[in-house]
Write a protein that binds this ligand. Structure first.
Ligand code: ADP
Ligand code: MG
Length: 241
């Protein structure tokens, strides 16, 4: 079974995310694409190279084939929720990153659901693109666009000797792009989204250090109208505090 119950009673977080509308707030500018700077058309393509479509449902078999059976040498990294593998789609053309959620993970299913709902509705050049997902049996996998230069974390800490430190221009590009992603979530998405997991390992970099925010499993909808209360509970891993 590869179908995942996106409209079922899946908890508060899922309901919150399902209430999201991709439409702009009446007083806000259009949400995407962001053309507020003078990036060339080629770099705009780099930032949002793969056209957005609805999230695709994959079978576990398709993703096992894409990642050569989750082979060790395809491993890109490992985080709190599971391992991320590099893969190739059947046509061999599209490179993907497949995150396999740890089946024993705490609240993994809830985060999976929020991630799929949020990234299906929020689209901006500085947010990573969710290509699809798999919910076969008890397997939970997320399929993203592959980000060539890994995470910002990979460039800041434990750098291999052959990797140059980031130059000033790259640092500025990353800071500005990440801020644009946050601005979209806070000021343009309707209702606003509070990301709650902002840390270097969640700022992914495509070619030319073009940054995209990733990991929306902890995100929450922000206050709307009169209701100005925001929970200040600290979330995420130690890196994000
Ligand atoms: N879309 C992607 N493209 C390339 N590498 C990725 C992608 N997503 C994640 N990674 C790599 O996998 C690592 C683990 O990611 P993740 O599971 O989100 O955990 P964390 O955010 O805690 O590092 C990241 O630090 C990054 O190096
Ligand atoms: Mg991450």
């Amino acid at each position: 079974m590869s179908c995942f119950p996106c409209s079922g009673s899946s908890g508060k977080a899922g309901e919150d995310a399902a209430a999201l509308s991709p439409s702009p707030r009446p007083s806000a500018a259009k949400p995407a694409p962001d053309r507020s700077n003078s990036r060339s058309s080629s770099s705009v393509r780099r930032g949002g190279s793969i056209p957005h479509g609805p999230a695709k449902i994959f079978t576990f078999r398709e993703l096992a084939i894409a990642t050569k059976n989750f082979r060790k040498d395809c491993l890109l990294g490992e985080g709190g929720f599971g391992r991320v593998y590099k893969g190739h789609m059947e046509n061999g053309q599209q490179v993907i990153a497949v995150k396999q959620l740890d089946r024993n993970g705490f609240q993994g299913n809830r985060e999976f659901l929020v991630e799929v709902l949020m990234l299906s509705l929020l689209h901006h050049p500085n947010l990573v693109r969710l290509i699809g997902y798999c919910a076969d049996g008890d397997q939970r996998l997320l399929v993203y666009e592959y980000m060539l230069l890994g995470s910002l974390e990979n460039h800041l800490h434990d750098r291999p000797p052959d990797r140059e430190p980031l130059d000033w221009n790259a640092r500025m590009r990353i800071a500005v792009g990440a801020a644009k992603g946050l601005e979209y979530l806070h000021d343009k998405a309707n209702p606003p989204v509070i990301y709650r997991d902002f840390k270097p390992s969640n700022i992914l970099l495509s070619e030319d250090y073009y940054p995209k925010l990733s990991d929306f499993g902890l995100a929450k909808l922000g206050p709307v109208g009169e209701n100005t209360h925001v929970s200040t509970r600290v979330m995420g891993t130690s890196e994000s505090h």
